[in-house]
Design a binder for this molecule. Sequence first.
Ligand SMILES: NC(=O)c1ccc[n+]([C@@H]2O[C@H](COP(=O)([O-])OP(=O)(O)OC[C@H]3O[C@@H](n4cnc5c(N)ncnc54)[C@H](OP(=O)(O)O)[C@@H]3O)[C@@H](O)[C@H]2O)c1
Length: 339
Amino acid sequence: MIKIWIVGLLRAAWIAGTLPILIASLPFSKLTSFHGLLMGFAKRGKIMQASSSKFSVPQKFFSHFYVVAVIWTTLLAVTTWYYAYKTAPMLSDSLLYPRVASHLTGDSRSFSMSRFHSTPFRDRYKIWQSVFLLLLMELQVLRRLYEALYVFQYSNAARMHILGYLTGLFFYTAAPLSLCCNWALDTSNFAVNQVLKFIVRGKDGMRDVEFDWSGFVTPLLKLGWCEWIGALVFVWGWIHQYRCHAILGSLREQKEESDEYLIPYGDWFEIVSSPHYLAEIVIYAGILIASGCADLTIWLLFLFVVANLVFVAAETHRWYLRKFEDYPSKRRAVIPFVY
Ligand SMILES: NC(=O)c1ccc[n+]([C@@H]2O[C@H](COP(=O)([O-])OP(=O)(O)OC[C@H]3O[C@@H](n4cnc5c(N)ncnc54)[C@H](OP(=O)(O)O)[C@@H]3O)[C@@H](O)[C@H]2O)c1
């Protein structure tokens, strides 16, 4: 029941975040003021005028998102991974039967009750898939934390709306959870149980607990082509986002007047104005593919990311065109050759 609530709430939150953006993006003049209102919350940095800095926080607070994201994603990844290792060995059902039989006939060496679960093979596979998705997420948030601290040179004047800030904190709590929400409750119960066991038994009592390291890694390597194609797409976006962020960070190093904005060149900047947003969309498309494209919660997370970033990218493109007369005319906002 609680599990249904967690999944339902996450889905409702992604829909509630996406729908207003989609409505505001419809080309009806009656929606202009609604579009302006929403953009007021979404604007940050260069596209946010100094006059609208009421209820705002410095844009360098972006680093808070990634501190939260790294702590939370690590916690979810570690507990889900341990839960998968203990309760969902990735053997096919046919491979499990001889183990069960040998257990029933008294050969307890080959079978540990704690490692066998009545979980169907499909669910065991899905649990390991969640571990895989959380590891991808971990790669993303670790790099973003590093960039927020060491690559971006946020200007002192750059700000974001307080609602944008709260949305960011919500996003980095809900996004990792969406990748493992089907098991989150079981995982947390299991983790609490393990901690209690540790407290009751003490350090000495846990000494005989064996770790089979290959049992942690082999199931991940046995995942299917969907996960690996998704990982490739993810890495493609990840590398380009890193390059584009490095280009943005280097623009400030070139200038004495450090709060100036310049036209960025290189990598995907040659084709779109916000290639770092495009790369973010590719990254989440990779996660979606790795999830097998069959989980509605992950679809809704992906749609939120696309709607949110395309919305801000359109405004960023308009800002570049207004600010620089010599702005490259072939560049689109965020979708190469299209938009
Ligand atoms: N998953 C999501 O829903 C989501 C949502 C939001 C952001 N993100 C990701 O977070 C990353 C950062 O986003 P952001 O909106 O903060 O990026 P941004 O507004 O483009 O700013 C990034 C940094 O680059 C600087 N900068 C930008 N354009 C510049 C220019 N023309 N000349 C000189 N410096 C420039 C900014 O300076 P200032 O300090 O002066 O602004 C800031 O320090 C992106 O990769 C994005 O995909 C993801």
